[in-house]
Ligand binder design. Structure first.
Ligand SMILES: [Zn+2]
Length: 498
């Protein structure tokens, strides 16, 4: 079997230098009503804990700044700034020494537990104690007042209960994409408990935000339209109860087959020609513009699919037009896309680099991928990373990329996206006379916001003269489109026959 994740030799060397042999482990965190587990590492008898997983339990946000190698952990009462590889941290503008350095391992930042937690305990309103003998972090269990969530079907719809220790003021609003948002005043949300109630039978996504000025928000992206709902505070136990009326809330729990998109049929494909309008994308040495080439390929693909009338095709753009990533994602979600294919051409400062790639979405769940997400408006970061063979170039920039490739968490559609990527890979290998660079996973922004299996292809390198010529050639464009078309047909057949 082929390895799915290809990390170049250069990157492996880079990682080997950055990450010494470390024992990877789990630490228990005692919170209201039970235990959570978070990743830990042991190195030279020092126990480290994942900062983002800890923040996931305590609340607050983590911001990465790739270039400066700094990581900030913010909550309502504090800001902690850490420097990767340094024992010093800055807490509300005072510098402290953790004795041991903050280390980066597979995309996550780890802090020394015994010295970091007492510093954190000073500034949080929660009581945090490290108990080394039990390998456990104890968090004051009375802290949370929004403690749990349950979702269940009723005869006429869906019943959502949000458990509270005491009645709290709240507000409910529904936003685009069937997001049901519950904003709760003075909330201290048991984030990890509530996130653990995610259930793909009812929802696409579940998010918890602990906003400043003590408002907390629980957002659920439901699988059905939310038009008619009522809410109240119920008692014994105290909870906020939301009833969503919808006779169509009937679920078939008997089958385990993957649910793709809003129903089990794969009937809508969204094709996304990259860039457009003011955004030219990459430009070849002879002036060929990525935005023009990818539009041509996309139109050819749309034509092939329309011809056999099995799928409805939606193009995010069918002419030269500027579109934001959000607009592209919105088009896909509004169309009820069952598949999303974004088409691009690659570029590299090294003009000799050639070949095609297929990327599938891997979510920005590790720290480094999150940092990439924060660069959202800085255009497709991934496109410029493709020249990863030389670690001496731009090494500041490659660290996080290596981490993105080395550790990814599964989401609902990652398996399907990967499956589609493999089918495309197989077709391209058979049809294209450009070198195969194969499949990678990456957290493309446009894919991140599309709630459906998604892939992004780089048809060839426009920065290479030979491939620039190929990209302009109608025959090559046709071959790329044909390869995508065959893969999409295979994907549809596989998932609909399950
Ligand atoms: Zn592009």
């Amino acid at each position: 079997m082929r390895a799915v994740i290809r990390i170049s030799i250069g990157l492996i060397v880079l990682l080997a230098i950055a990450v010494p042999t470390i024992a990877s482990n789990k630490i228990k965190v005692a919170v209201a009503g039970g235990y959570e587990e978070i990743r830990s590492l042991e190195e030279n008898d020092v126990i480290y804990v994942s900062l983002s997983e800890l923040a996931g339990i305590l609340g607050g946000t983590i911001d990465w700044e790739i270039v400066g190698h700094t990581v900030s952990y913010r909550d309502t009462d504090f800001t902690i700034k850490l420097l990767i590889g340094s024992p010093f941290l800055n807490l509300n503008d005072t510098t402290f020494n953790m004795t041991h350095e903050a280390i980066l391992d597979r995309g996550q930042l780890f802090v020394p537990t015994a010295t970091f937690l007492p510093l954190l305990d000073r500034v949080t309103s929660q009581n945090i104690v490290w108990q080394p003998n039990d390998n456990k972090i104890q968090i004051d269990s009375d802290y949370f007042n929004v403690t749990d969530l349950s979702v269940q079907t009723k005869a006429n719809g869906l019943l959502i209960d949000i458990y509270l220790t005491t009645p709290l003021a709240y507000e409910i609003f529904v936003t685009e994409g069937n997001w049901l948002n519950v904003s709760i005043r003075d909330a201290r949300i048991n984030r990890s408990r509530i996130l653990s109630r995610r259930n793909s039978q009812y929802m696409y996504q579940l998010k918890v935000h602990q906003v400043e000025n003590n408002t907390g928000q629980v957002s659920i992206r439901l699988r059905r339209n939310v038009t008619d709902w009522s809410h109240k505070i119920a008692y014994n136990p105290t909870r906020l109860q939301i009833s969503i009326k919808d006779a169509n809330f009937q679920f078939d729990t008997a089958t385990n087959r993957p649910v793709i998109g809003p129903d089990d049929k794969i009937d809508v494909i969204v094709i996304d020609p990259g860039h457009g309008g003011k955004d030219y994308g990459a430009i070849g040495q002879n002036g060929t513009r990525e935005k023009d080439i990818v539009l041509e390929i996309s139109k050819k693909l749309a034509k092939l699919i329309r011809k056999d009338k099995q799928l409805k095709v939606v193009l995010t753009r069918d002419r030269d037009k500027t579109l934001s990533l959000e607009q592209r994602a919105r088009i896909a979600n509004d169309a009820g896309a069952d598949l999303f294919v974004s088409i691009h051409a690659n570029a590299s400062p090294k003009k000799q680099i050639r070949g095609w790639n297929v990327f599938f979405l891997a979510p920005a769940l590790n720290d480094s991928a999150r940092s990439v997400e924060q660069l959202e408006n800085s255009y497709f970061l991934r496109e410029s990373y493709s020249d990863s063979d030389d670690p001496s170039i731009d090494s500041d920039y490659q660290d996080p990329v290596a981490s993105i490739l080395s550790e990814m968490l599964m989401t609902e559609f990652q398996a399907e996206s990967h499956d589609l990527a493999q089918m495309i890979d197989r077709e391209f290998r058979r049809r294209l006379d450009t070198p195969a660079r194969g499949i990678d996973q990456a957290g493309f922004f446009v894919l991140n916001k599309v709630f459906t299996p998604s892939v992004l292809i780089e048809a060839a390198f426009i920065s290479n003269k030979i491939e620039e010529k190929k990209l302009k050639n109608k025959k090559y464009q046709e071959k790329v489109a044909r390869g995508l078309y065959e893969a999409i047909k295979r994907f549809k057949a596989k998932y609909e026959s399950n």
